[in-house]
Ligand binder design. Sequence first.
Ligand SMILES: Nc1ncnc2c1ncn2[C@@H]1O[C@H](COP(=O)(O)OP(=O)(O)O)[C@@H](O)[C@H]1O
Ligand SMILES: [Mg+2]
Length: 233
Amino acid sequence: MTSAVHCQAIRKSFDSGEARVEVLRGIDFQARAGEMTFLVGPSGCGKTTLISVIAGLLDASAGEVALFGQTIAGLSARDQIVFRRQNLGFVFQQYNLLPSLTAAENAAVPLLAAGVKRSVAVKRSTEMLHKLGIGHRAEAFPKVLSGGQQQRVALARALVHEPRLIICDEPTAALDHKTGETVMELLASSAVHPERAVLVVTHDNRVFQFADRIAHMNDGVITAVEENSKLRS
Ligand SMILES: Nc1ncnc2c1ncn2[C@@H]1O[C@H](COP(=O)(O)OP(=O)(O)O)[C@@H](O)[C@H]1O
Ligand SMILES: [Mg+2]
């Protein structure tokens, strides 16, 4: 089976004053195409750092990341940006919505960046907001939305351009159980495509049932990978 994400011997250190803290200590990890992979582990173990390296938002100190067989370091800086824009949807833990744009405009950003006409882009992003149960808030600005609503706008922005790889950091943290399930169903439906994949960092054991595979992380390394075989029939 094809690897959507392939991490080899990834290391990442941060310098804080005198000390050098190694947060990722040799990560070997794969997420397969056609699957939804969960990354779980205690707070502070390096999950956000790892997915930031995978998404190219942070540079690794050592090691290699390949996405769908493409080694990212092998691309020029410009090509990396284009590759990311075309292939990746990322949901940040803190949502990172643009305050001066409405919910529909925020969710339309990847389409606008790809050159889609504004009216078409906003129509499609509004449809995605409807699927996530917040279509009625399409015209609202982030500051008047609840945490759960902002989280769903961030999800709509990651899903709207149907990227090959969707990476989400704690996507159900601010959602009630039912909404969390709706979100997981949407994510799972994007993962079933043989050339796509979804990678989700989560603490939320209520949604573990949606994973095809669960990778456990502790203190900067992957400690175990479990296949969730009982789910798929
Ligand atoms: N930019 C940074 N500078 C210094 N330390 C950082 C930085 N980002 C993360 N860390 C540290 O790396 C560790 C792992 O953080 P993180 O990847 O956010 O963990 P998780 O997402 O699993 O909770 C934490 O101890 C955190 O303080
Ligand atoms: Mg985190």
